[in-house]
Design a protein around this ligand. Structure first.
Ligand SMILES: Nc1ncnc2c1ncn2[C@@H]1O[C@H](COP(=O)(O)OP(=O)(O)OP(=O)(O)O)[C@@H](O)[C@H]1O
Length: 942
């Protein structure tokens, strides 16, 4: 297989670089050419290093001791450069190895290449009695080695301490990218590194390496993909030899050599193991506040996506990292976390948001998206914007988000991969964390006045690069390929030049060094922070060394593989990380604060909680108000109902009263009629007497007193007719059967008057009886009404009803009293009538005596009437002529006088009042006192 990438002219001291991109720096080449020598890798500093057959029996050869079976790598001849060799040795040995593997690896047989002996022999003089991996582990601790992890993960108490980070980056190493450093807080791990270095002051080379080496924070691993043909015996695949235990890959070809890395994974190693070695610790560090970057680099089809994403049965780095992230959160109750994730791809040098795109990854699938640009600020470094970030709360949710992005990622079938990634894909997980205030959760901290600590923000970038490839047949693939190759070339260039930015101690020297072309591609721009040392870095390079079925393919693979191996070596040599734990941002202000969602959310939660409390209070007040209103409404309703019932009762009473009143009016009319009858009958009787007198007078022609007499006569006629009518009407109303006799009685002159009086008397008595009955009926109805009211009053309106009943009682009592008074009045009038009748009888007898009549019809008629106690009748003596007339006149005069006296007497007694025209009427107080008095006016007799 051939590569389209330009081949740089290779220095003689480097490993084969036939297929490498044209890297610009010869110095880099030298550096790169100094591939890990067996000697340099010989000193294990971790359990796994120890497994690489640490032995005190090995001599420390200054140069590698390649096996005779392998071609002597040119790199070996250059490893004699002390500084380079030392640095490489220290950095590689400082890489972590999983503690669990220690036993297993210790039991492994020595490397067939015999490189362990030379490496370990190189360590032996320094500490012949102590396993070299332990020695180096102490001397060059790194954020990614076991010592660090042991402290940070084993227990919460250790996690809580900042001293747990025995990071090896010396202060000098910071200078390489100090201008971009996120960290302004503790330099704990630097100090510790210095301390660690000083413990080995006796070994100047080691001390130097510990100072210069930020590479303790950079892991470079190589993974060999199984051959598609099924030949997995990768130990000796043609000219290649892979030794996972010693992290060695040897090539026996013309550009061959020995390549040492932090980890070499054979075809037998699964994704779990790969993750454990390349990313597990880094993920932990990210959770503790460091930035971390893991990326996979390699030729197309060599297993980058397989390693990063994995499969359902063999999850890759990304899903395993997610699992660990949430495990860490669970294990760390002392802090609270907020995770947000973004997912972008760089396709044809354009950035696309995979979380905002529709799935399918086709052209135009991101139509409508704002162009995503890269920006840089002091706090965040280089970042893409605008980019969708999703907050995730569970591994499942996070995996789902990433799976959605994967769906949107552009893939296509290529010569080497049926589903080749055509873009660089970057998953970025931002971890915000804050220490919980003991005993307080949520809003309680505010209430207690204790503020929690600041928020720490760190980022984990998981990058699956597109694979380098030769020109494809289709134009589209060629375009994609050219962009991919260009960006990968820029990446290689930047990494190569990184060594130029370091002084002899490995410190970055931006002024003197060459320009770093980060801006030449979006990929390098995005990786700028990681490459310049602000992040812990783990690079997984994937290769395929099988023949893949054809000599051409095998050849192509070899070239590409060697390119990849060289890239890995340069990365290991040149990238220096001095990552620091991110500072804790207090408050929500400022640039840093603006992106600290945890703080913003906390503030938002507080605000919302306050709003909630206010709302709850308002709701409570409103409820109380509503209750009051409800009570008031109920009260009002009750009042209205009571009022309504009262009105009903009043109406009933009114109706009853109206009925009573009507009846009373009717009775009054009857009474008045009776009175009129009584009075008029009295007048009539007297006038009747008088009429007879008048007729007598007429006969005696006494015109002197004619006028009044005539008037009186007229009046009598009128009154008589009135009485006749009223009496008739009243009789009809009271009892129809009684009208007959009355009508009969009303015929005739004197006889008629007397009969009428008798009829009137009967009528009055009947009326009286009728009234009594009516009064009884009224009393019954009142009792019934009272019962009805009291039953209604029992439904809750007792107070009001009482008032009604009391009023009713009063009105009924008054009514009864009125009626009683009227009855008494009526009786008194009857008495009056009786007296008048008696007077009339007397007058009639006197007349009879005076006229000498013997029939006594008038007096007899009158005698038939009830006899009131009257004065004894005057003695009448018969006479003739003028004497008789004189006697009659005298008799009439006497009678008139007697009547006048009687009236006068009553006027004096105050029983009656004399009117201005001589009329008389019953005194009011007499009425009230129920004294018998005629209600109608009595015409004066004289
Ligand atoms: N270690 C491995 N074990 C088993 N199968 C593997 C391994 N590595 C890769 N493969 C298989 O090889 C094929 C190509 O792998 P993958 O797509 O991961 O390559 P790649 O490097 O991502 O390619 P590209 O750059 O074109 O995207 C896949 O079918 C994958 O399953």
């Amino acid at each position: 297989m051939t590569t389209t990438l330009p081949r740089p002219s290779r220095p003689s001291n480097g490993p084969p670089t036939i297929a490498l991109p044209a890297l610009p720096v010869s110095k880099t080449r030298k550096s790169t050419g100094a591939l890990p020598s067996p000697t340099n890798k010989s000193a294990p500093n971790t359990p796994r290093s120890g497994l690489r057959a640490p032995s005190t029996t090995f001599a420390p050869p200054p140069s590698p001791a390649p096996t005779s079976a392998l071609p002597q790598p040119r790199a070996v001849s250059t490893i004699g450069t002390p500084a380079r060799t030392l640095r490489k040795t220290v950095s590689i040995n400082s890489f972590p190895q999983p503690p669990r593997n220690e036993t297993r690896i210790n039991s492994l047989p020595p490397s067939p290449l015999g490189l362990d002996a030379s490496r370990n022999s190189a360590r032996k003089p320094k500490n012949p009695t102590t396993p070299s991996y332990l020695h180096l582990s102490n001397s060059t601790p790194s954020l990614l080695n076991n010592s660090g992890e042991g402290k940070s993960i084993s227990s919460a108490s250790v996690r809580m301490s900042d001293g747990l980070f025995s990071v090896s980056s010396p202060p000098q190493s910071r200078s390489s990218s100090a201008q971009d450093s996120y960290s302004t807080s503790a330099t704990t791990y630097d100090d510790l590194a210095d301390g660690a270095a000083s413990r080995h002051a006796g070994d100047s080379s080691e001390k130097r390496s510990s100072k210069t080496d930020g590479k303790g924070n950079v892991l470079v691993s190589v993974r060999v993909r199984p051959d598609a043909g099924g030949n997995e015996n990768n130990k000796t695949e043609g000219e290649w030899m892979v030794d996972g235990r010693r992290a060695l890959i040897s090539c026996r070809g013309k550009e061959g050599g020995d390549y040492h890395y932090d980890n070499v994974f054979s075809t037998h190693d699964d994704n779990g193991k790969v993750y454990d070695h390349i990313a597990k610790r880094l993920v932990r560090r990210v959770m503790e506040g460091y930035h971390g970057t893991v990326f996979a680099y390699g030729m197309t089809g060599t297993g980058k996506t397989f390693s990063m994403q994995g499969t359902a049965t063999s999850p890759g780095v990304i899903p395993l990292a997610i699992t660990d992230i949430f495990s860490y959160i669970r294990e760390t109750p002392s802090r609270e976390f907020l995770l947000r994730v973004s997912y972008l791809e760089i396709y044809n040098e354009r950035i696309h948001d995979l979380l905002s795109m529709s799935t399918g990854g086709g052209i135009g699938s991101n139509a409508g998206q704002d162009e995503i640009k890269l920006r840089e600020d002091a706090k965040r470094g280089v970042y893409a914007t605008p980019l969708k970030e999703e907050i995730v709360q569970s591994p499942t949710q996070l995996l789902r988000v990433i799976a959605r992005g994967d769906q949107a990622r552009r893939t296509a079938s290529t010569q080497f991969n049926s589903r080749s990634s055509r873009s660089h894909a970057v998953v970025q997980i931002v971890v915000e964390s804050r220490e919980r205030v003991p005993g307080n959760t949520g809003g309680e901290s505010k209430r207690s006045g204790m503020l929690p600590g600041g928020v720490r923000v760190s980022t984990l970038s998981l990058i699956d690069l597109a694979g380098s490839e030769k020109a494809a047949e289709s134009k589209e693939r060629r375009t994609e390929g050219s962009h991919i190759n260009k960006s990968l070339l820029t990446l290689g260039t930047v990494i190569s030049k990184l060594s130029d930015h370091k002084d002899k101690d490995g410190k970055s020297d931006g002024k003197e060094g060459k320009h770093l072309p980060y801006r030449d591609s979006k990929l390098t721009r995005l990786l700028q922070g990681a490459l310049s040392g602000n992040s812990l870095v783990s690079i997984l390079c994937t290769i395929q060394i099988g023949s893949a079925g054809s000599a051409a393919a095998a050849n192509s693979h070899t070239t590409e593989t060697i390119n990849t191996l060289k890239f890995a070596s340069r990365a290991k040599n040149n990238i220096v990380s001095h990552a620091k734990k991110a500072e804790e941002a207090l408050g929500s202000g400022g640039d840093g604060g603006a992106r600290v969602l945890l703080e913003r959310y906390r503030m938002e939660i507080l605000e919302l909680r306050q709003q909630l409390e206010l709302q709850a209070k308002a709701k409570k007040d409103r409820k109380a108000l509503e209750e009051e209103e409800k009570v008031a409404e109920e009260e009002k309703a009750r009042e209205l109902e009571a009022e309504y019932r009262h009105e009903e009762q009043m109406l009933e009473m009114q109706l009853a009263r109206t009925a009573l009143k009507e009846r009373i009016d009717h009775l009054n009319r009857l009474i008045l009629s009776s009175k009129s009858i009584g009075v008029n009958s009295g007048s009539f009787s007297s006038l009747g007497v008088r009429a007879s007198m008048l007729s007598t007078r007429s006969s005696v022609a006494t015109p002197t007193s004619g006028r009044p007499t005539i008037e009186r006569s007229s009046s009598l006629t009128s009154a008589s007719s009135t009485v006749g009518r009223r009496s008739s009407g009243g009789g009809q109303r009271l009892s129809g059967g009684e009208t007959g006799p009355e009508d009969d009685d009303s015929v005739g002159e004197f006889g008629d008057s007397v009969a009428s009086l008798a009829a009137q008397n009967r009528a009055l008595q009947a009326d009286l009886a009728d009234k009594n009955r009516y009064i009884q009926t009224l009393e019954k109805r009142l009792v019934q009404a009272r019962r009805a009211s009291s039953s209604r009053a029992s439904t809750g309106f007792s107070a009001t009803s009482k008032g009604i009943l009391v009023g009713e009682d009063h009105s009924v009592a008054a009514l009864l009293k009125d009626k009683d008074a009227e009855i008494i009045d009526l009786r008194a009038r009857l008495d009056d009538k009786d007296r008048i009748l008696a007077a009339l009888r007397t007058a009639a007898r006197s007349r009879d005596v005076a006229e000498g009549t013997t029939d006594g019809r008038t007096s007899q008629l009158l005698d038939n009437m009830p006899q009131p106690p009257l004065s004894p009748p005057a003695t009448v003596t018969p006479g003739t002529g003028a004497l008789d007339t004189r006697k009659r006149r005298k008799s009439v005069d006497e009678m008139s006088k007697m009547l006048e006296e009687m009236i006068h007497e009553r006027v004096e007694n105050g029983q009656i009042i004399r009117g201005t025209r001589g009329s008389v009427r019953v005194a009011d107080h007499r009425r009230l006192e129920s004294l018998p008095e005629p209600a109608a006016e009595l015409e004066p007799l004289a």
